[in-house]
Design a protein around this ligand. Structure first.
Ligand SMILES: Cc1cc2nc3c(=O)[nH]c(=O)nc-3n(C[C@H](O)[C@H](O)[C@H](O)COP(=O)(O)OP(=O)(O)OC[C@H]3O[C@@H](n4cnc5c(N)ncnc54)[C@H](O)[C@@H]3O)c2cc1C
Length: 362
């Protein structure tokens, strides 16, 4: 069996890269051990063009957003199923100071296409607590990540292009032509293992910061599902009276166990948005592959050019992955360089420290 690419990992990063490579006419085999609590499977799937307390436009959003819109729309047409739901995001001001910060920042900004409205007073919706008003952000929404991955995996499986098993590093051989894995050969192999790249002997030197996140799904009535709400947490309406609330950030305990503290943090923050009663329908935790400089990790290994990585999507994988997958797939097939901001070459000094420390050959 001979392929252009082996892709290890079928989370958001691997799935979008594999699909993009196939669309570009490359033959691809995916190896993925399904993981119900992977970051991709628990993610809220949100896309927010104006994020954070400092009201900053998301990095390269003007390029990433059109690419994400086009990619997910094409997938919807391909599978005949809605996957990417556009919804306005009501960012509620938490104080007069925050309202002032926004007013000052928004004056003369170049992001008006993302803002549907600014409200200095409450919208007066009976179920929402917004005494200082907020901003309505447009062009955002959420992706049904888990559903999309299932559709893509089923398609690969039916075509015999997905091995649903753990990748066994001991079976990997690097050859002059590329790689050999069991009885499979490929010109290139791309690791898309999410935070589990920390166990990968070829890429363990990358500065990944596994970041635990917890999300709740709550059932509640009388809550307007026409927009996503954001004030310390996101509240994403996912249908049938269900709302996804997330997420926490925890760097200390990188495990996938939902905790009482996580639930408490989310419910307390939710209670700042609404006093409606609700029941908790589910509580999940996953680990984000975050990076120190908040930029993804992509590109070829410093020594073994047949090995590459596509990872480090942090908390913005849904927005960034389609554009970056197209860019990385093109670079890997044409031999061009990956763009410097995401290229792992920015961390090559860590690789040399790592091999010196381990007394390995460079
Ligand atoms: C609580 C939470 C909420 C989030 N909310 C959002 C959000 O609203 N919007 C957003 O854009 N992002 C969000 N994120 C972040 C987003 O989930 C990640 O950026 C993205 O899913 C990372 O995808 P990935 O493919 O790199 O990793 P993963 O999702 O971890 O996928 C990696 C895959 O590789 C497989 N794998 C790993 N090692 C091996 C191996 N050796 N052999 C075989 N298979 C292997 C795993 O089983 C898994 O299937 C959230 C994350 C969390 C945890």
């Amino acid at each position: 069996m001979k392929y252009d690419f082996i892709v290890v990992g079928h989370g958001l990063a691997g799935a979008i890269l594999a699909h993009t490579l196939r669309r570009q006419g490359r033959s691809v085999l995916v190896i993925d051990k399904p993981k119900p609590d992977s970051a991709s499977n628990v993610a809220a799937g949100l896309v927010n063009p104006v994020a954070g307390k400092r009201f900053a436009k998301s990095w390269r959003v003007d390029e990433f957003l059109p690419a994400a819109d086009t990619f997910y729309k094409a997938l919807e047409a391909h599978f005949g199923q809605e996957l990417y739901i556009h919804k306005p995001i009501y960012k509620i001001f938490s104080s007069i100071e925050e309202q002032n910060t926004w007013m000052a920042k928004s004056a003369g900004s170049n992001w008006s296409e993302y803002i549907l409205g600014t409200y200095t007073q409450s919208l007066a919706q009976p179920t929402i607590q917004d005494p200082y008003g907020g901003i309505m952000i447009g062009r955002g929404g959420y992706l049904l990540v888990s559903e999309m991955l299932q559709l893509l995996a089923a398609e690969l499986l039916a075509a015999g292009l997905l091995l649903p098993e753990r990748f066994d590093m001991a079976q990997l051989q690097l050859t002059d032509e590329g790689v050999q894995y069991k009885n499979i050969t490929a010109s290139q192999l791309v690791f898309c293992e999410g935070y589990q790249v920390v166990h990968n002997p070829y890429f363990a030197w990358l500065p990944l910061q596994p970041t635990k996140g917890e999300v709740l799904e709550v059932q509640t009535q009388n809550f307007n599902p026409e927009c996503i709400y954001n004030k310390a947490v996101y509240v994403v309406p996912v249908g049938a009276g269900l709302f996804r609330i997330g997420a926490t950030y925890n760097w200390r305990t990188p495990d996938e166990q939902p905790t009482r503290e996580g639930e408490q943090e989310l419910t307390e923050r939710f209670s700042q948005i609404t006093s409606q009663s609700y029941t908790v329908a589910s509580h999940k935790a996953g680990i984000r592959p975050a990076v120190r400089d908040r930029r993804p990790l992509a590109g070829r290994h410093p020594r073994y050019a047949q090995l590459s990585v596509f990872n480090g999507m942090g908390s913005k994988g849904v927005l960034m992955a389609p554009y970056l997958a197209e860019h990385v797939a093109t670079a890997l097939t044409s031999g061009a360089d990956v763009m410097p901001e995401v290229n792992i070459s920015r961390y090559f000094s860590l690789y040399y420290d790592y091999i010196n420390h381990q007394n390995l050959q460079p």
